[in-house]
Design a protein around this ligand. Structure first.
Ligand SMILES: [Zn+2]
Length: 94
């Protein structure tokens, strides 16, 4: 697994790692934000964003077992930026 992903244990009510497609679908259809930690493209926080796709999640998390990165759900945008040391998505926050 991408090393940075292992630094974050789930914090109830604040954030948790998305482990499977069912969790992903629930996370993107509800409130909150998606944090993508990615060893090639950097770490970003997304509100509802067309870059956050089930297909990409399946590849990164299910097929590649998190070796290049992982996904978290987080309830608060600023908290996500701060906690994960991530940046705004350049696409959806432009
Ligand atoms: Zn985005």
């Amino acid at each position: 697994m991408y090393k940075k992903c292992t630094n974050f244990a789930n914090v109830k009510g604040s954030y948790f790692r998305l482990e499977d497609e069912k969790q992903f679908i629930q996370a993107v259809s509800g409130e909150g934000f998606i944090v993508i930690l990615d060893n090639a493209n950097g770490d970003e926080v997304h509100p509802k964003c067309s870059l956050v796709k089930l297909e990409s999640f399946s590849k990164k998390v299910v097929e590649n077992q998190g070796s290049t990165g992982c996904y978290f759900w987080c309830g608060d945008y600023d908290y996500a930026l701060h906690t994960f040391g991530a940046r705004d998505c350049a696409f959806c926050m432009r």
